[in-house]
Design a binder for this molecule. Structure first.
Ligand code: SAH
Ligand code: SF4
Length: 386
């Protein structure tokens, strides 16, 4: 199988072109086709000599995601179901302009992307892990989610205004008809991103680079269920990525009950890794806390939670649980959620509680997943049979 061209960094392409005795400016032209024009075929790259296009075709694949389904309206989140080259399905979710959940308030368009097909971590409340892990995504499959949504947007009637580039998101000399839609990325789709570490970092390098996706590092949030060694490793990478810890419990007793990963990396170890991250990166940690009735919503949990938040200078995102069919968990009442928030605020913790508008976002970002996939898969099979 050929490596995919979009899994390579500029330096790697430079080396390859040098080995081929191609002038350096050809790399810039290629990158422009890949990340500004978002070309889907070699033959579209009209300013590259035919012989070079031939060499590229012989040595690299140029795979794109196939859009199977798109749901949502301009005012809500839009969910995209993609088919990968090997027939597997993944989802990405586009979150509209007004919902600045991560990063700065000027955020316009956030895309939530997947990093694996399925997930091996089996959190008890999550639909992604229900069938285990199928495979890791390749760097180009992670990157393509951004490009494919932007391609889709170009073809859409202009219901969604293009995002304004932030100070950290240098806009490559974009064609007027190819506005950059996504300036904020959350790695919260299907899969545990830090369990696909190498591919994730390679993809984020490319999405972050001015010659690639042009998305500022501070506008990229990686969410993890708590893989302590990888958090440490990430702390030593030369990028200012934001880190969201899916805490969901501030004591081992609570985390053990719902997150098997806590047996491997108990809170003490996770917290020590977060200390490292905080010390090396500053105030870049968010604690995610889904509120599940009778599991983690007792006010007593707010004390250890507040202590952790203060320790990492972290903000707390409270998210009422989104029930998953077939799983026994429920969200607490609105009063309980509000009371939990108030208790945190009383302890001087910066916290937010996703309001009703967020329900769709939760459904999207936190809970993409299998169920939709299986339903759609079944539906498609029926359609194909008809
Ligand atoms: N594996 C990573 C990233 C993907 S999950 C992680 O666990 O952080 C993204 C977020 O969605 C996590 O915080 C996860 O706990 C949350 N989530 C999963 N199922 C959910 C549900 N049914 N309702 C609300 N949030 C959910
Ligand atoms: Fe995997 Fe994250 Fe779901 Fe846990 S919450 S099963 S780590 S995707």
């Amino acid at each position: 199988m050929l490596p995919d061209i979009k899994s390579l960094t500029r330096e790697e392409l430079d080396r390859q072109f040098k080995a081929w005795n191609e002038p350096a400016f050809r790399v810039a032209q290629l990158l422009d086709w890949l990340y500004v024009s978002r070309a889907t075929e070699w033959d579209a790259m009209s300013n590259l000599p035919k012989a070079l296009r031939g060499k590229l075709r012989e040595n690299f694949s140029l795979k794109i995601l196939e859009l199977v389904r798109q749901q949502g309206t301009p005012d809500t989140t839009r969910k995209f179901l993609w088919r990968l080259a090997d027939g597997q399905f993944i989802e990405s979710v586009l979150i509209p302009a007004n919902a600045a959940l991560y990063g700065e308030a000027s955020d316009r368009h956030t895309l939530c992307i997947s990093t694996q097909v399925g997930c091996a971590y089996g959190c008890k409340f999550c639909a992604s892990g229900l069938n285990g892990l199928k495979r890791n995504l390749e760097p180009h499959e992670i990157i393509e989610q951004v490009l494919a949504v932007e391609r889709w947007h170009e073809k859409e009637p202009r219901s969604t205004p293009p995002a304004e580039p932030g100070p950290e998101a240098p806009q490559p000399k974009s064609k007027p008809d190819a506005p950059r839609l996504i300036n904020n990325l959350v790695i919260m789709g299907m899969g545990e991103p830090l369990a696909n570490y190498e591919n994730l970092i390679q993809a984020l390098k490319i999405l972050n680079a001015p010659w690639g996706g042009g998305i500022g590092a501070r506008k990229i949030t990686i969410s993890t269920s708590g893989l302590a060694p990888q958090i440490r490793r990430l702390a030593h990478e030369p990028f200012q990525f934001r880190l969201a810890i899916s805490l969901h419990g501030a004591t081992d007793a609570v985390r053990d009950r719902i997150m098997p990963v806590n047996k491997k990396y108990p809170l003490r170890e996770l917290a020590a890794a977060c200390d490292d991250y905080q010390k090396l990166k500053g105030r870049m940690i968010t604690l995610e806390y889904i509120l599940i009735a009778g599991v983690n919503d007792a006010l007593a949990q707010t004390y250890p939670l507040a202590a952790l938040a203060k320790r990492f200078y972290a903000k707390v995102n409270l998210i009422p649980y989104n029930p998953v069919e077939g799983l026994p968990w429920q969200r607490p009442s609105e009063e309980v959620c509000a009371g939990f928030l108030a208790a945190l605020e009383k302890q001087d913790v910066t916290a937010t509680l996703r309001q009703e508008k967020g329900r769709d976002i939760d459904a999207a970002c936190g809970q993409l997943r299998l169920k939709t996939e299986q339903e759609l898969e079944a539906q498609l099979k029926t359609e194909a049979a008809e």
